[in-house]
Design a protein around this ligand. Structure first.
Ligand code: SAH
Length: 214
């Protein structure tokens, strides 16, 4: 099955028409075969603008949200980015074509394994996956030029601010269990951060020591 037409339609209807402008994000999303990141039975829905189940009660984020979050990182190329919540690996695949290295943390080993397999299959060798509680970040690899959290947090864990490079950006959904606000936090100086609210969103919970307990 050739999904390239469906993919182009997804980009024009759900990404460009809704205001995403970053040309690099748009062209990378036009290339990444999103259907490979969902179960075979759901592949025909991979290019609709919905989050889809990926097993273990988790979801692959909707294309619009992947685009918005990628754009919000304001990438120029060459960066090192931390992703919390590998899930299907789709967001990591998109980032892998935009930056030098993606460090992605997933708490569910099953999902991490599946993501690794697909990322290897499509040649995303600059994505480094670790199975652990990502609410502590990845201190060995810090600082990061960007941190993207793809699960909803009750508050911003301190370590994310600490693991940002000066000038680096953290994109994270923060709020209650039902909905969150997508925030961008920029580390302007050692001890100075700028904080912006971007939009309302809905993510599965960030579960861990500095997140939700369940
Ligand atoms: N970026 C993913 C979205 C996955 S949904 C994609 O493109 O498919 C969010 C993911 O965050 C889930 O897989 C969930 O298991 C994971 N997650 C939740 N809490 C976590 C934590 N503390 N550390 C690492 N991953 C976590």
């Amino acid at each position: 099955m050739d999904y390239s037409i469906a993919r182009r339609r997804m980009i024009s209807q759900h990404v460009v028409a809704r205001g995403v402008q970053d040309q690099n994000v748009i062209s990378v999303m036009e290339q990444i075969p999103r259907h490979l990141f969902v179960e075979e039975a759901l592949q025909s829905q991979a290019y609709t603008d919905y989050a889809l189940p990926i097993g273990d009660k988790q979801t692959i984020s909707q294309p619009y949200m992947v685009a918005v979050m990628s754009e919000a990182l304001q990438l120029k190329g060459g960066e090192r980015v931390l992703e919390v919540g590998t899930g299907s690996g789709y967001q990591a695949a998109v980032l892998s074509k935009l930056v030098a290295h993606v460090y992605s943390v997933e708490r569910i080993a099953n999902l991490a394994r599946r993501a690794r397999r697909i990322l290897d299959q499509i040649g995303c060798s600059n994505v480094h996956i670790r199975v652990s509680d990502g609410t502590s970040g990845w201190s060995d690899q810090a600082p990061f030029d960007g941190i993207i959290v793809t699960a909803g947090a009750p508050q911003v864990p301190d370590c994310y601010r600490e693991q940002l490079a000066i000038g680096g950006r953290l994109v994270i959904p923060v709020g209650g269990a039902d909905y969150q606000v997508l925030k961008r936090i920029t580390r302007i100086e050692e001890d100075r951060y700028d904080e912006e609210d971007l939009l309302e969103c809905r993510f599965v919970p960030l579960i861990g020591q500095h997140g939700w307990s369940r």
